[in-house]
Ligand binder design. Structure first.
Ligand code: SF4
Length: 119
């Protein structure tokens, strides 16, 4: 079986062909650098993704992402955990909001300041 992929490691977007024999990788072609070959191997054995989403916080939502890729199979569980949290303010870009979900931290990608009211 041949699987065709587009490498997303860099903007070149090389077309990759992976020859598989009963889920075993026989060969990878089309890559113009070793990173493409590694991407193809990962994609066929344990595809990984960065999760970007929003999380509830005081006054609305804040944008967040995983600081490392996680297994594609774990994205739904990761989202369930993120959706169960409520982030306290203030939040600054890069703050770790949740530690170690499947090996990745959930970090803020947006600043949110506390809204103060003076009476
Ligand atoms: S194979 Fe190499 S050059 Fe081609 S898209 Fe992937 S990383 Fe970029």
């Amino acid at each position: 079986m041949t699987r065709e992929l587009t490498c997303i490691v860099c903007p070149m977007g090389c077309g990759l062909k992976v020859e598989l024999d009963n889920d075993k990788i026989v060969s990878v072609s089309g890559n113009t650098c070793p990173r493409g070959k590694q991407y193809a191997i990962n994609e066929c054995t344990d595809p990984q993704r960065t999760v970007t989403t929003t999380m509830r916080c005081d006054g609305g939502v804040v944008s967040v992402k995983t600081d490392h890729t996680i297994s594609k199979d774990k994205i739904f569980e990761c989202m369930t955990i993120i959706n169960s949290y409520f982030a306290p303010l203030p939040i600054h870009i890069g703050d770790v909001i949740i530690k170690d979900i499947f090996g990745a931290n959930i970090v803020a990608t947006q600043n949110k300041e506390a809204a103060w009211t003076i009476n």
